[in-house]
Design a protein around this ligand. Structure first.
Ligand code: AMP
Length: 400
């Protein structure tokens, strides 16, 4: 486990000290309102712990992609009310991230007060990790807390730069995430099973390449399985696949063989002639029986049962990507079933289950098992980069 400081290592007396806290407030919006407050709920314990210890808490966050310019539609003031609602405290919005306006605000704030700084990405120095910009923000703080794992794959001023200028700590959400990820891949109890699904192999080549050397079972599902089946010479009809990646798929399977990692591809599948909900042409068949006018939209019941049996022999599961086109019924069946098996094994205490990524979280929510997994990460890009075995700059900077 990489060593980093947590809030347990904070100085005893925080009264009046200014804590700069990087959080993820990039909330999904619908008609100008946040549609899901999970991200705020995730960082609330860190904010409240610091405030209750008497710190003046200044929150740093990005919101959307304003590309270094102010856009009123991307001001974090839009989520100020949501943050207040979740925290149950007043939060002062501060329209800058550095300079006299921040100084004046800190002059007004009392120990334990919480301020919300403007969208860090309104300034080009954020994404450039510009040293003057970092210094200007750091000048207001006594310490830096990073509680935004989801942004830790970016070396930006607020996610990485500040950790070099101020005493740096992992917040509670970041700490929980790093500890869970360590249990899943850093230092897992074997046998380890990785489930990698989703649409495209091309976005997850590095993930697969890294996993074959780390896990004993690699389950490939979703559209990605089609590319692997095609690489093995299976006729997959109109299925979504990247035929040009056949060579790389073959290399991954060879690397898995060398590393004693069993690759699991489905041997029965659910196919249809059209991609629609409950299509009339839907049927279940062996992978070798897919018609030229059919597409594979989910793995079949036998394959699902076989995977459940694999999971029963494993102690650790790491999962990214659905096994089928789960948004369209009934092509969620295999994903939901395997998710429920994993949840039950976790509840029994025989499996450590860690899953991550936007679609995966949505699929687990559909199965009603988010709470039953050991850990579910809502981070998309950062979770994938971690599965690729990459060092995330925001995490590395905490480890000094
Ligand atoms: P990703 O973002 O790479 O995890 O891909 C998730 C997407 O893959 C979801 O929108 C699924 O609907 C889609 N998907 C999974 N399996 C299939 C499949 N067999 N055919 C088409 N799309 C699929």
């Amino acid at each position: 486990m990489p060593v980093f400081k947590t809030l347990d290592d904070l100085p005893a007396d925080l009264a009046g000290k200014v804590a700069l806290v990087r959080v993820d407030l990039n909330l999904p919006m619908s008609e100008g309102r946040a549609s899901d407050l999970t991200r705020v709920e995730a960082v609330a314990p860190t904010i409240l712990e610091l405030a209750d210890a008497g710190a003046k808490v200044l929150l740093l966050a990005h919101f959307g992609r304003p590309q270094g310019q102010r856009h009123s539609t991307m001001s974090v003031s839009l989520v100020q009310g949501d943050v207040e609602k979740v925290l149950g405290r007043e939060v002062m919005f501060i329209s800058e991230v550095a300079g006299p306006v921040v100084d004046q605000s800190l002059g007004i704030m009392r120990p334990g007060d919480i301020g919300l700084l403007e969208n860090t990405r309104f300034w080009p120095g954020e994404e450039a990790n510009d040293s003057d910009f970092v210094r200007a923000i750091a000048a207001h703080g006594d310490l830096y807390v990073n509680d935004a794992f989801s942004a830790a794959h970016r070396a930006h001023a607020s996610t990485e730069g500040l950790a070099h200028l101020l005493p740096a700590y992992a917040g509670r959400a970041m700490q929980a995430e790093l500890e869970a990820l360590d249990r899943a891949l850093g230092n897992p109890e074997p046998p380890v099973c990785a489930v990698v699904g989703g649409a495209k192999v091309s976005t997850k080549l590095d993930v697969l390449g890294h996993l074959v050397g780390k896990v004993q079972h690699l389950v490939i599902g979703g559209g990605m399985a089609n590319t692997f089946l095609a690489a093995r010479g299976v006729a997959i009809g109109k299925s979504l696949a990247e035929h040009e990646l056949a060579g790389q798929a073959g290399e991954i399977m060879e690397a898995a063989d060398r590393a004693d990692c069993t690759v699991h591809l489905p041997y029965d599948v659910v196919v249809s002639k059209e991609f629609a909900a409950n299509p009339a042409s839907m049927r279940t068949c062996h992978v070798h029986d897919v018609g030229a006018d059919e597409m594979i939209l989910d793995i079949g019941p036998q394959a699902t049962e076989a995977l459940a049996d694999v999971l029963k022999t494993c102690r650790t599961l790491v999962w990214n990507g659905p096994l089928g086109a789960f948004e369209t019924p009934p092509f969620e069946v295999a994903t939901v079933s395997l998710a429920r098996t994993a949840a039950a094994l976790t509840k029994e205490g025989s499996l450590v289950s860690v899953a991550g990524g936007g679609d995966t979280v949505a699929a687990l929510a559909m199965a009603g098992v988010v709470e039953d997994f050991t850990f579910v990460s809502t981070a998309g890009g950062a979770f994938l980069e971690w599965m690729e075995g990459k060092e995330l700059p925001g995490v590395a900077a905490l480890r000094r």
